[in-house]
Design a protein around this ligand. Structure first.
Ligand code: SF4
Length: 380
């Protein structure tokens, strides 16, 4: 096992980690020293001692999907009896509920529907934007954009520009999983690594911010995870469009892959990945803890291993919960966990702007539910 201290000294002195450095850190079991370095870098980047969170909701407008991912328990093949497409009214009802709970946006993603072309998405977004002009639409993912490009025969940049014009505020980094085709092609027929990265380049080029994600533990090795980090950092060097990096571990319940995989990432693996992400991404401001997949206690611990954001209170989530992530929290609980880790909890919006609830309530009188009522259980 190599001595990792020179690598940590380099990054603490302002140097940039190489892929070899990241590999050595991920191979090490010295999680305390790696975590301490990540905590130090987090504190330098965010000296106000604030940890942010967002109130939003994941709405999955359809579970119809025309590709196969063996790690997914959410999708249904077109034509199967338990498929759904939410009506516009159903989506508005969910948005109204989110606004009533102090929410500022929605994360909306779906399966890859074989019939939804660019006009369907433009119509959908523009109607929502007209009804909720101050509510942030953080929607879709590179695989969905790639699907639109196949259906409508348009390049990524044209699609992203048209979606932005229709009201899209930003795009989540979903569908990243492991950005290395050696792993990716074994577990999914969705878009390739290059296509995922090119969609992100196009989104950033038209002025949209996005996040980047990593789901590891799907048969990947350290070398694949490091290539993923390197590819995301390279795009960020070009575009500067990623606001945050969000790693989490594969959730195996009810998935075909889960029945085959014998080893899954541990809490140590998660904290190490998170810390190394903070150290490697000198060009991405925010690293997000994933309490939803790791549980509240490990999610809270992540705040001392480089994370500066606790993610969402997640009023609704359907994808990872279908694969076994059953953790729940409300705003009060999340704020408590942040405070007890020694930080000041602060609500933010999708673009990491701090939210003053009084200001929001002035924007829309439907958001007048008192704070104490936010501690209800958020089961849908
Ligand atoms: S992860 Fe997304 S693209 Fe893959 S099967 Fe599930 S819904 Fe479809």
């Amino acid at each position: 096992m190599s001595n990792i201290q020179p690598i940590l000294d380099k990054v603490l002195d302002g140097g940039r980690l190489t892929a070899e450095d990241a590999t050595a850190l991920l191979q090490s079991y010295d999680i305390a020293r790696i975590g301490a370095a990540a905590d130090e870098i987090r504190a330098r980047k965010h000296p106000d001692n604030v940890v942010t969170y967002i109130i939003d909701r994941n709405i999955n407008y359809t579970n119809v999907c025309n590709v196969v991912c063996t790690f997914c328990a959410f999708y249904r093949r077109p034509g199967k009896p338990d498929t759904y497409v939410h009506t516009f009214e159903e989506i508005c009802k969910r948005i109204d509920e989110t606004i009533a709970l102090g929410g500022t946006g929605v994360l909306m993603q779906g399966g890859l529907h074989p019939d939804f072309n660019i006009e369907w998405y433009e119509d959908f977004l523009s109607r929502l934007h007209a009804l909720y002009p101050n509510f942030q639409l953080h929607c879709f993912s590179p695989p969905e954009i790639h699907n639109i490009s196949l259906i409508s025969k348009l390049d990524y940049e044209t699609i992203m520009r048209r979606l932005k014009d229709a009201g899209l505020n930003s795009m989540p980094g979903g569908g990243g999983e492991i950005l290395d085709d050696e792993v990716r092609k074994r577990v999914s027929t969705k878009c390739s690594t290059q296509e995922w990265l090119d969609v992100m380049r196009a989104a950033h080029k038209v002025g949209l911010k996005t996040t980047a994600t990593m789901m590891f533990g799907i048969g990947d090795k350290i070398e694949h995870r490091v290539r993923h980090l390197q590819r995301v950092r390279d795009v960020q060097d070009e575009t500067g469009g990623f606001t945050a990096f969000i790693p989490w571990t594969f959730q195996r319940e009810n998935t075909a892959l889960g029945r085959r995989i014998t080893e899954e990432p541990t809490g140590i693996d998660y904290l190490k990945m998170l810390s190394v992400s903070r150290l490697f991404f000198d060009n991405i401001p925010h690293i997000q803890a994933s309490w939803l997949t790791q549980g509240l206690r490990l999610g809270q611990t992540a705040l001392r291993f480089g994370a500066d954001d606790m993610g969402s209170i997640m009023i609704e989530e359907n994808v990872v919960s279908a694969a076994g992530a059953h953790n729940e929290a409300n705003e009060k609980e999340l704020r408590y966990q942040i405070s007890e880790a020694g930080f000041i909890p602060q609500q933010r919006d999708i673009l990491y702007k701090y939210i003053n609830r009084d200001e929001i309530e002035k924007l829309d009188e439907r958001q007048s539910m008192p704070l104490k009522q936010l501690s209800v259980a958020f089961a849908d």
